[in-house]
Ligand binder design. Structure first.
Ligand code: BES
Ligand code: ZN
Ligand code: MN
Length: 482
């Protein structure tokens, strides 16, 4: 998608689709001499989004109904932007001009309105047909201009720059996540991250199993050992800040397919476990966005990539492994593999002396039960970091909600044979998973986002959402201005 800033009189714009309020629609119709026709069409469809083909330099008027005189609230604006973006997806158009910034939204400026619009557009106007032998030939929207009113050009243009960067990051995240698991294996993920390398600004290092073993990552190795495709630990470093600035570290769970291992999963919907690398995909996407926006921060992105398979060398329930931190873990369930990868990646992150560490993982089915698909679960050992991530979620519309990491829950991880077990009992499964990770995050400010409910959609709209890329990018933007 290509976003641009536009100025001038909407009626004199040449476009496949002009997205407007009802009031603006009537003005444009008057100027183009199609007033009676447009009035009639608006009367036919007085609610929601009306698409009116007009035989003029503007091929379609897309009218987003709703009060355009009063100030509306942010949720209402998000809803309108979302419906318009969806309607654009269903329209055979190549380009559009967005004129909804003239709607007044309480407490928000043109920067915000533009970001919301572009976020909705990036979300809706995404196609994945890499593996269709006969992709549809209908035109698709690939360019959207945002009309800036006089005096709002600077804010709108900055939002266009940020929205464009985020669009690129989300596209990378979704393409990776939607790729089939026979293609997107740990090597493929490592190659994808390696493509970010760019001189001294971005360097990427890929650690293979030999190196992972040498580092003492017994937990990581216990997951990847059952698979024919070897695991990788990938580290990308972006240097946009001063050399002495401590980096933010992002860590992503990259299980390219999760069968459960010897504790094998039931077969229903198991295909969706190709999405078990969405943590890796979205930290990569956030990195792409940060680099594209040229944020003045330092960033370390760590992708823990492995495939969780049963096999002759796979871990058994009852196995005890030693993590890089020296702590021992009794693997009671080989399907709780994400935390085994992440614990060693967390220990590895210590060497960067990060100012904060955020790990992202499709970690537990219990998270879906707790928060559904509206918010990602947020766990942290630092109140300020937790607050910053909640705020970034609110600002980006990609919300996260705090969950407790209390000592009381830690008890569920007790093992009779090792320092800890890798699972608790059924109760509070998302929290005990976070408790497990917290034991490897004692040396820095840490947060964990369990995105099992938000990272992809099931059913007819099955596909990756790129969440929490928008939240992460907002957090990085906030770090840049802090
Ligand atoms: N990748 C899954 C979590 C998951 C399951 C996310 C379904 C989204 C939908 C994870 O590796 C897993 O299997 N977790 C187990 C943990 C359990 C064994 C303690 C789970 O949630 O069942
Ligand atoms: Zn998993
Ligand atoms: Mn699992």
């Amino acid at each position: 998608m290509k976003y641009t800033t536009r100025t001038g009189n909407p009626a004199s714009i040449r476009t496949d689709c002009l997205v407007v309020t009802p009031k603006r629609a009537r003005e444009v119709a008057r100027a183009l001499d199609v007033e009676a026709f447009v009035d009639h069409a608006l009367a036919q469809k007085p609610k929601g989004v009306a698409v009116i083909p007009v035989p003029t330099s503007i091929k379609n008027l897309m009218v987003v109904h709703g009060d355009d005189a009063a100030e509306i609230d942010d949720q209402d604006f998000r809803r309108r932007a979302g419906s318009a973006a969806q309607a654009l997806k269903n329209l055979a158009a190549r380009n559009a001009v967005w004129c909804l910034n003239e709607i007044a939204v309480a407490g928000h400026d043109d920067y915000w309105k533009t970001r919301v619009a572009l976020g909705a557009l990036s979300d809706a106007l995404y196609w994945y047909d890499e593996f269709q032998s006969k992709p549809a030939k209908t035109p698709r929207v690939s360019r959207v201009g945002v009309l800036a009113a006089p005096g709002t050009r600077t804010g709108t243009a900055l939002a266009v720059k940020h929205g464009q960067s985020l669009d690129e990051g989300m596209g990378v995240a979704r393409d990776l996540a939607n790729s089939p698991p026979n293609v997107c294996n740990p090597t493929y993920l490592a190659d994808a991250v390696s493509q970010l390398a760019d001189g001294d600004a971005v360097t990427v290092e890929v650690l293979d199993e030999e190196r992972i073993e040498e580092l003492g990552m017994g937990a990581f190795m216990s997951v990847t050992r059952g698979s024919r495709t070897p695991g990788k630990l990938v580290i990308a470093q972006y240097r946009g800040g001063a050399p002495e600035d401590a980096p933010v570290a992002l860590i992503g769970k990259g299980v390219t397919f999760d069968t459960g291992g010897i504790s094998i999963k039931p077969s229903a919907a198991m295909d969706e476990m190709k999405f078990d690398m969405c943590g890796a995909a979205t930290v990569t996407g956030a990195t792409v966005a940060a680099v594209a926006a040229g944020l003045p921060i330092n960033l370390v992105t760590i992708v823990a990539a492995a495939e969780n398979m049963p096999g002759g060398e796979a871990s058994r329930p009852g196995d005890i492994v030693t993590t890089m931190s020296g702590q021992t873990v009794e693997i009671l369930n080989t399907d709780a593999e994400g935390r085994l990868l992440l614990c060693d990646a967390l220990t590895y992150a210590e060497r960067f002396e990060p100012k904060s560490v955020v790990d992202v993982a499709t970690l537990t089915g219990a998270m879906v039960v707790a928060l559904g698909s509206h918010a990602s679960g947020l766990f942290s050992n630092d109140q300020d970091l937790s607050d910053a991530l909640v705020a970034a979620g609110q600002a980006s519309g990609d919300r996260a909600w705090p969950m407790p990491v209390w000592r009381e829950y830690q008890r569920q991880l007790k093992s009779n044979f090792a320092d800890m077990a890798n699972v608790g009992n059924r109760a509070a499964g998302a929290i005990t998973a976070a408790c497990f990770l917290s034991r490897f995050a004692g040396k820095f400010k840490w947060a964990h986002l369990d995105v099992a409910g938000t990272a992809w959609r099931s059913g007819g709209a099955k596909g990756a959402t790129a969440r929490p890329t928008p939240l992460l990018f907002q957090y990085l933007l906030d770090q840049a201005s802090a």
